[in-house]
Ligand binder design. Structure first.
Ligand code: AHR
Length: 507
């Protein structure tokens, strides 16, 4: 029997619900025929697909980063505002696509309000700089009375958009980025852009670019250099990471949460190193503003793309295993709730998205939709540290020997509810789980995602092939909740005391 202990004394931190964020980039069919398709049977008068809006609300997304991604580093925001018939068609260098500019700043803000999400904005620090970032901020956030906000009003938005979180560029460490910079070059530009933006609105939350992934040769050093310049000016440092099975090594892929966990710890350590150097009282937090499973080995890379009109790009179809990994990555983000305050599942629709659409057709939930939606719906306001003992371990080529179980829990004191999120990362062995509890607890429900066919996927014709299933037999007996976790499975176990009180019962 594997024992998982939850105790109210083991508080990691309050849950910032912005960790249930996502990402919309002008890339492939994320915007066009994804969230925006005038003429679609469900389109509203703005051209927003209502079928997609409904799925976005069901997904439980809280915040969405926009407009890129690599796209933002060669984007002129002015192209995307004003009368649509006067907006230019423009070559986007990032994805070598013709950007029609029929959807831009004002449309995304209007869409966000309908979806019930808070927009996070990225500024172009690739081909542009301080002036354009400040002008976009003025256009968005200032009341009427000067040229730029007056232009917004003339374009139909009387009230300021009031965007609170701004990313200072995107992946500026990456040689693929248009306007790629050295750490020193980026640090100076980010410092001065942050300075100028704070003069417009001192209360903004600013995100400095961290590394594009933990495998970058400058990982760690990039963060140090950037933060030594910007520590007092920014609130968060960004992290990006995409995971996929490498060379058929599914065991390591199922344990990808180890990689995310180690990356977060490394960035926290670097931020705290700079804090010490500066003798600062301020604690920097993390914005994991791009993460997901992405089969990059199937992608030819930007330079392999022919210039074309907007069309499908990296529309990965996700399996059961992919959903289990996405669930485990969300667990990892919660395990770092003290430092990770924003996270964005990249991307939202079609482009490595939890939602897929057909142009002029159907919309459906991919497998990865389900662990995200359930975690967003049932995670309570306080994240608790879980302690697992007596459980099996698995051997992985990438991370060595690691525990099979990966878990976290949340507590909602107001309703006396504990939610346990746990993944069995073993490919072959089930785990018998025991959770000791204080008297009075009962199981509300146990939902799980697994399948005999771990490669099963959802499609337009079979959209519910992979859905969470209710697990029978999970119950509280003699003060402990017992459950069986099949191999390669994701779980949500909801427990209630029936009243507002503390959990616990460590034997
Ligand atoms: O999400 C796809 C791309 O991945 C983004 O444009 C970029 O920021 C990252 O490399």
């Amino acid at each position: 029997m594997t024992r998982l202990v939850v105790d109210p004394a083991f508080v990691i931190g309050g849950l910032d619900r912005r960790v249930f964020g996502s990402f919309v980039e002008h890339m492939g069919r994320c915007v066009y025929t994804g969230i925006y398709e005038p003429g679609h049977a469900t389109a509203d008068h703005d051209g927003f697909r209502e079928d997609v809006l409904e799925l976005v609300r069901e997904l439980g997304v809280t915040t969405i980063r926009y407009p890129g991604g690599n796209f933002v580093s060669n984007y002129d925001w002015e192209d995307g505002v004003g009368p649509k018939d006067r907006r230019p068609r423009r070559l986007d260098l990032a994805w070598r696509a013709i950007e029609p500019n029929q959807f831009g700043t004002d449309e995304f803000v209007a869409w966000s309000r309908k979806a019930g999400v808070e927009p996070i904005w990225a500024v172009n620090l690739g081909t542009r700089g301080i002036k354009e970032a400040v002008e976009l901020l003025e256009y968005c956030n200032l009341p009427a009375g000067t040229e730029l906000p007056d232009r917004r009003v003339a374009n139909g938005s009387e009230a300021p958009h009031d965007i609170r979180v701004w990313c200072l560029g995107n992946e500026m460490d990456g040689p693929w980025q248009i306007g790629h910079k050295t750490a020193e070059e980026y640090a100076r530009l980010a410092e001065e852009t942050a300075n100028a933006m704070r003069r417009v609105d001192p209360g903004l939350e600013l995100v400095a670019c961290g590394s594009s992934n933990a495998g970058m040769p400058t990982f760690g050093e990039w963060e140090r250099v950037v933060l030594e310049r910007t520590y007092d000016l920014v609130d968060h440092i960004s992290l990006h990471a995409y995971y996929e099975p490498k060379d058929g090594d599914q065991a390591s892929f199922l344990a990808a949460s180890e990689e995310m966990d180690r990356m977060i710890s490394a960035v926290v350590a670097t931020a705290d190193h700079v804090k010490a150097l500066k003798r600062s009282d301020k604690e920097l937090t993390l914005s994991f503003d791009e993460w997901n499973v992405w089969y990059q080995q199937r992608f030819p890379g930007e330079l392999g793309l022919d210039i074309r009109e907007v069309g499908p790009l990296i529309e990965d179809t996700y399996t059961v295993d992919d959903a289990v990994v996405v669930g485990s990555l969300l667990i990892t983000l919660l395990r770092h709730a003290d430092r990770v305050k924003i996270a964005c599942l990249a991307q939202l629709v079609n482009v490595i998205g939890p939602i897929r659409t057909e142009p002029d057709g159907r919309a459906w939930r991919q497998t990865i939709f389900h662990p995200f939606a359930l975690t967003a719906r049932y995670a309570g306001p306080t994240v608790l540290r879980t302690a697992v003992s007596g459980g099996p371990e698995i051997d992985t080529a990438a991370f060595g020997r690691v525990p099979a179980l990966w878990s976290t829990a949340t507590y909602d004191e107001s309703i006396g509810e504990i939610a346990i999120f746990v993944v069995n990362r073993s490919e072959y062995d089930k785990v018998d789980l025991e959770v000791p509890l204080a008297p009075g607890y009962r199981v509300i429900e146990h939902l799980a995602l697994y399948d005999d066919d771990r490669a099963a996927v959802n499609t337009a014709d079979d959209p519910d092939r992979v859905v969470p299933r209710a697990v029978d037999g999970t119950e509280v007996v003699d003060g402990s909740c017992t459950a069986t976790l099949p191999p390669a499975s994701w779980h949500l176990i909801r427990l209630s005391s029936g009243e507002a009180k503390s959990p616990g019962g460590t034997p």
